[in-house]
Write a protein that binds this ligand. Structure first.
Ligand code: FES
Ligand code: FES
Length: 156
């Protein structure tokens, strides 16, 4: 067993977990924040993306212990009263159907917009499609997801 402490969506949390506990399981099973999904468990689908110290991470690929001391944000933490511009853009552009992939898409979308802005680069459609290679959606055909991220990039 190991003790992990981190902030999750701005709240300090400490827990005793098995050494092998994945961050995604810590988030879902210990904290009951079930908006972060598990779609594959093999690091391919991106349904589990959260932000760790401001960067998008597949939370099925890291141990909870590796996030010790970190600031973690999950989909439950991105809205601030109103929907986050990325969430609103997905709503406006019908960027989801079943919604299973959506938390990961939104978290990856926010991360890519922030990164491109910080580097002064243009996040055009080709860049969005390239950046989304780690996120799989089985419903939408991606077109509306790309439109959503493009709209949010103009508003964030
Ligand atoms: S559950 Fe993490 S990438 Fe699929
Ligand atoms: S909206 Fe169903 S998997 Fe993407």
């Amino acid at each position: 067993m190991t003790t992990v402490s981190m902030t999750v969506n701005g709240k300090a949390v400490t827990a005793e977990v098995e050494d092998r506990t994945l961050l995604v399981d810590f988030i879902r099973e210990h904290l009951r924040l079930t908006g972060t999904h598990v779609g594959c468990d093999t690091s391919q689908c991106g349904a589990c993306v959260v932000h760790v110290d401001g960067k998008a991470m597949k939370s099925c690929t890291m141990l909870a212990a590796q996030a010790d001391g970190a600031a973690v944000t999950t989909i439950e933490g991105v809205a601030n009263g109103d929907l986050h511009p990325m969430q609103k853009a997905f709503n406006d552009n019908h960027g989801l159907q079943c919604g299973f992939c959506t938390p990961g898409m939104v978290m990856s979308g926010i991360d890519m917009v922030n990164r491109y802005k910080a580097e002064g680069k243009t996040l055009d459609e080709a860049a969005i499609r390239h950046e989304l290679e780690g996120n799989i959606c089985r419903c939408t055909g991606y077109h509306n997801i790309v439109k959503s991220i493009s709209q949010a990039a103009g508003e964030m």
